[in-house]
Design a binder for this molecule. Sequence first.
Ligand SMILES: Cc1cc2nc3c(=O)[nH]c(=O)nc-3n(C[C@H](O)[C@H](O)[C@H](O)COP(=O)(O)OP(=O)(O)OC[C@H]3O[C@@H](n4cnc5c(N)ncnc54)[C@H](O)[C@@H]3O)c2cc1C
Length: 439
Amino acid sequence: MIERNARLDIIIVGAGLGGLAAAVSCALAHHRVVIYEASKELAEIGAGLQITPNASRLLRRWGLEAEVEAVAAEPTLLAVHRYSNGKVLAEERDFDMKMRRKYGAPFLDMHRADLQKILFNKALSLGVRAELGFRVSRVVSGPEVVLESGERVHGDLVIGADGLWSKCRESMLGKSDQPLPTGDLAYRIVLELDKITDPELREWINNPQVHFWLGPYSHAVGYSLRNGTMYNIVMLCPDDLPKDVSRSKGSVGEMKALFSGWDPILTRFLEQVDQVDKWKLMHREEVQSWTNVEKNFVLIGDSCHPMLPYLAQGANSSLEDAAVLGGLLSYVKSKEQLPRAITLYERLRKSRSEKIVRETFHQRDAFHMPDGEAQELRDSLFASQFGKSISCKFPSRWTCPEVQPWLYGYDSYHEADEANKSHPLSSIGDIGSASPQSL
Ligand SMILES: Cc1cc2nc3c(=O)[nH]c(=O)nc-3n(C[C@H](O)[C@H](O)[C@H](O)COP(=O)(O)OP(=O)(O)OC[C@H]3O[C@@H](n4cnc5c(N)ncnc54)[C@H](O)[C@@H]3O)c2cc1C
């Protein structure tokens, strides 16, 4: 247990999934935590979220397994279809059991709002103070956060978890810095079982599975939420939103027209839609550093590594950031050790997160092939592995034997523990230029 006088005062900017996870992991490391969140309440923003084993093992570690599983859906199949006729190109049966067996943790689909509520309540139960309705305008050395009201709040460490449009990132860089369009947008749809009468669609919703449909420059994904009582569909296609619009109400008619001629089951799902949101998918250039020179201000989550949602890793990797940071901070026994912990955090997290970001773009290339030679080659590779244990680099990273293990097998707390073994936080001095692999 950490000594009382070595407890750090930690300020977190943003109560999204990354910020709340950091609040939980830092409070579990026995530090004092306050969160400043711009929104007045944690509203039901967003839709479905796929929680992969690299993150579900963290939720378990934080004692949230039962609560999370009570509101999640665990897919038993992951299937990839051709867009035009629904032909199954690839499928992984017993997906739930395989995930648990391989990675010791489940693959879960849930509503973002459910996870946010669970993390928020956990943080409060650990004594975290949450200040809602307080927008941070910048972070200055000290470190201090400057609230929109002009009030300044001092801490030992500031964690910038304020998402894609991060002010913390701008403070870190010392300049204005806007997210960049990826060229794609997402139509996000959530359907409720109660409102659907079509028996086949009800069967799909009731029986949790993950389905992808691959088409030219576009793809779609559908999966169940809340124990099979809701269905989440995301339709991904080229971005046609005006330059300065990042999110808007979408036109259902326009969306249906864009995806007309796709698999009849998907079309029937789209027939159920009466409203849809349209999100521009953004990313950012890699920044040189996620930490300030004094090592008392760090970035996590979308503020430093937003990505395409094509591997469902945005929130999962922000939970990884939070857990590595909290894991390292659990070894901090005096304020003098903080800079070493922050240096290790950046070494461990930056290269992995940026590798995931790059992989999301590779996944787009493989999923969005226009009909033609390359697509036929891709589909024959799918066919060559059908019904077998996949033995080559696979177009769907979701089941690829080269990508899935490093993505889902990652254990944040193990990383932090091993880093502390090789570079004990109790030692004094600079960590030097050790690579993440040698930590
Ligand atoms: C279509 C789509 C599908 C996705 N699917 C998945 C998925 O299946 N799995 C997955 O892991 N990820 C998915 N993601 C990505 C995921 O939603 C994000 O990566 C994740 O929410 C990032 O978490 P965060 O905490 O960094 O940021 P956010 O969740 O954006 O939270 C930032 C918080 O900071 C607050 N804030 C902002 N500015 C300030 C300020 N100045 N002062 C105080 N507070 C502030 C905001 O109000 C917000 O609450 C998807 C994204 C999209 C667009």
